[in-house]
Design a protein around this ligand. Structure first.
Ligand code: SF4
Ligand code: SF4
Length: 484
């Protein structure tokens, strides 16, 4: 059953699927129809070369990043057991979660800006689902042959050849999925220890669990689910219609040039036959990973992989026609052929871009000026104050100091009061902390009753990294005494 969704109809509601029928005929659409397997024809061309290059780059980045070292440790490591998240020069702790939320908001604005400008370019070129699906399709093609061979194999009875080809395909998929699982786990557990434990068969329960989970998720998503993830799981494709405007770059079939469609001999006079440039070869449909016909207009299923452009361009080359029957364009340009210009400066694009720049700049500033130290003081709830044998008034606190730096170091604790002189008891004002270490220390502050001028004074407790005065953090608390 062919499906047709009119141009600009990006409704996610599957009830609105239209099926070409003779006028007046009711249309029945099964909302729970079985998925029809899509046998995608491989295609090469300008845009597919870009996709392949990006595929190599993103895969290389993904698999090599966990092995990169920075300052003597893994450069990118989300160490859940230690609750330390290392990203190159920075170490984040759970209380820095705010930076992560900020990063997500920036990523959202980046996606909005890119979508308003160039549509679903992320989906078509860089989304992990697209990248891994492309990789799995290559394996499938190597194991089972081209599109026609795969269709024949699907219909062939189960025999030795079919079994062998299927085994090679699924074996290849599984190997890629397994190495993907290994790489994923390497982002969450020190990768060198992990591989050592793997080689000696000493993986813990949770490490094994996540390895199996990531392996299966990759195998199922890229091998079996493929376009179903884009169509039914990923929310991005569904809300793109909100972000598209008439100047967003889309991939579109030029119906003014292509219609009426029809097959013809190469070199024949299409005008005399009353035909447009589309020879109705269906190549653009056969290469589409989501199984749609771009000639039906803009559809929410289109991930803008540009395979149909490359396919149609190669057909146009063979026919001796100009390229670009299917091309990147905008709705405005399609409506005003030859007169319209691509409008780059649009309010939505400017607003998203400005928000993106401001938020990214603020995040960089916050990261660069971030103090790799946090200090918190809690008053001793047991007693408001104490009087020592020497007659000094003492207040007790619990001090929490966290070294957020990449290296260990010594820290000096000092205390000041605006109203009168105080001092830390017993001179125990230094502490050594390892990288990322959180120390909980009892701290006693005392004052001579003769100096005390107020019943409730504010005290500041400052912790400074020895040798690096700029690495300093202060916490405030109250100092209570029995009299004025
Ligand atoms: S219609 Fe074209 S660009 Fe869209 S998903 Fe299909 S092949 Fe890719
Ligand atoms: S590939 Fe081009 S010529 Fe062939 S059916 Fe598609 S639009 Fe028409």
């Amino acid at each position: 059953m062919s499906r047709h969704i009119p141009v600009r109809d990006l409704s996610p509601d599957p009830v609105r699927v239209h099926t070409p029928q003779p006028a007046g005929q009711p249309v029945t659409v099964d909302l729970y129809a079985r998925r029809e397997k899509i046998h995608v024809r491989a295609i090469s061309g300008f845009f597919q070369n870009i996709r392949a290059t990006l595929l190599y780059l993103t895969l290389a980045l993904f698999f090599l990043l966990p092995w990169l070292q920075w300052d003597g440790r893994q450069a990118v490591l989300f160490d859940l057991s230690e609750r330390h998240f290392h990203v190159f020069a920075w170490t984040f702790l759970p209380e820095d979660f705010f930076f992560l939320s900020w990063l997500f908001i920036i990523a959202a604005f980046a996606l909005f800006a890119v979508t308003v400008f160039a549509g679903r370019v992320w989906c078509g070129y860089a989304c992990p689902q697209t990248v891994w699906t492309l990789l799995f399709m290559w394996i499938e093609e190597m194991a089972e042959g081209g599109r026609n061979a795969r269709v024949r194999l699907d219909h062939a009875p189960l025999g030795a050849v079919k079994l062998l080809r299927r085994a090679v395909k699924h074996g290849g998929w599984f190997v890629v999925a397994f190495f993907t699982g290994l790489a994923c786990v390497g982002y969450f557990t020190p990768v060198r220890d992990f591989w050592q434990h793997l080689s000696t068969g000493q993986l813990g329960f949770w490490t094994s669990f996540w390895l199996v989970f990531f392996t299966l998720a990759t195998y199922v998503n890229a091998g079996w689910m493929r376009e179903q993830i884009c169509l039914h799981v990923c929310p991005y494709g569904r809300f793109q219609s909100v972000m598209f405007d008439k100047d967003t770059l889309i991939i579109s079939y030029d119906s003014r040039r292509g219609d009426p469609r029809g097959s013809r001999k190469r070199g024949s006079d299409a005008v005399a036959q009353g035909l447009g440039d589309c020879i109705d070869c269906n190549m653009c449909v056969q290469v589409c990973p989501t199984g749609i016909d771009i000639r039906d207009g803009l559809q929410f299923e289109c991930i803008q992989c540009a395979a149909c452009i490359d396919a149609c361009d190669s057909v146009m080359d063979q026919m001796g026609y100009a390229r670009g029957l299917v091309r990147y364009t905008t709705e405005h340009l399609l409506e005003q052929p030859g007169t319209g210009r691509y409008r780059f400066l649009r309010p939505s694009l400017l607003i998203y871009s400005a928000a993106l720049l401001i938020m990214s700049g603020a995040l960089v500033f916050a990261l660069v000026t971030r103090t790799p130290l946090s200090v918190e003081s809690i008053r001793d709830r047991g007693a408001l104050f104490r009087e020592s044998a020497e007659g000094m008034i003492q207040n007790s606190y619990t001090l929490k100091i966290q070294n957020k730096a990449q290296t260990g170091g010594e820290y000096r604790i000092s205390a000041t009061c605006d109203s009168f002189r105080i001092r830390l008891d017993d001179g125990g004002d230094r502490v050594r902390l390892a990288a990322g270490e959180l120390a909980t220390l009892p701290v006693m502050i005392e004052a001579d009753p003769a100096d005390i001028t107020t019943r409730n004074a504010r005290v500041s407790i400052t912790v400074t990294r020895v040798g690096e005065p700029s690495v300093s953090a202060t916490t405030e608390n109250s100092f209570l005494s029995p009299r004025l």
